[in-house]
Design a binder for this molecule. Structure first.
Ligand code: ZN
Length: 146
């Protein structure tokens, strides 16, 4: 059974795909409630910084330090350097990752900074990325700075 919050992140990834974008989604959860949702906006907004996690945090708006300290960030894909840095900046204590087979961010470093990082190895997340990369490899390389 898939975690309902991961399902919400996957729904965001599918929304992005339907818009012609990169299928990565994210949600921010505080006290068991989703307070922000987002997906990669590279194509849709021509953005170089709105990865799914950044879009999600932006949509959650300005939160207090205490809110971030009680938050869990869900992402369908292992967060990159930028998104992991934002997790550390705001002191988000827990990150739940859909998969890290397609791409792995600085997970060991994030964990070394005291963040609990859980990888669910969700096959639907893997499949979304594999299908996308096979169809649009240039777009994916652009997103990870290659
Ligand atoms: Zn990122």
């Amino acid at each position: 059974m898939t975690d309902p919050f991961m399902l919400a992140a996957i729904a965001q990834a599918k929304k992005s795909l339907a818009e012609g974008g990169i299928p990565i989604g994210s949600v921010l959860v505080i006290d068991g409630k989703i307070v922000g949702r987002g997906h990669n906006q590279r194509v849709q907004k021509g953005s170089c910084v709105l990865h799914a996690e950044m879009d999600c945090l932006e949509n959650a708006g300005r939160l207090t330090a205490k809110d971030y300290q009680n938050a869990v960030l869900y992402s369908t894909l292992s967060p990159c350097d930028m998104c992991s840095g934002t997790v550390l900046l705001y002191g988000i204590p827990k990150v739940v990752v859909g998969e890290n087979r397609t791409f792995q961010g600085p997970e060991d470093y994030v964990k070394s900074r005291g963040v609990q990082l859980i990888v669910q190895d969700n096959i639907e997340c893997v499949q979304l990325m594999q299908d996308f990369i096979a169809a649009k490899p240039e777009l994916w390389n652009e997103d990870i700075g290659e």
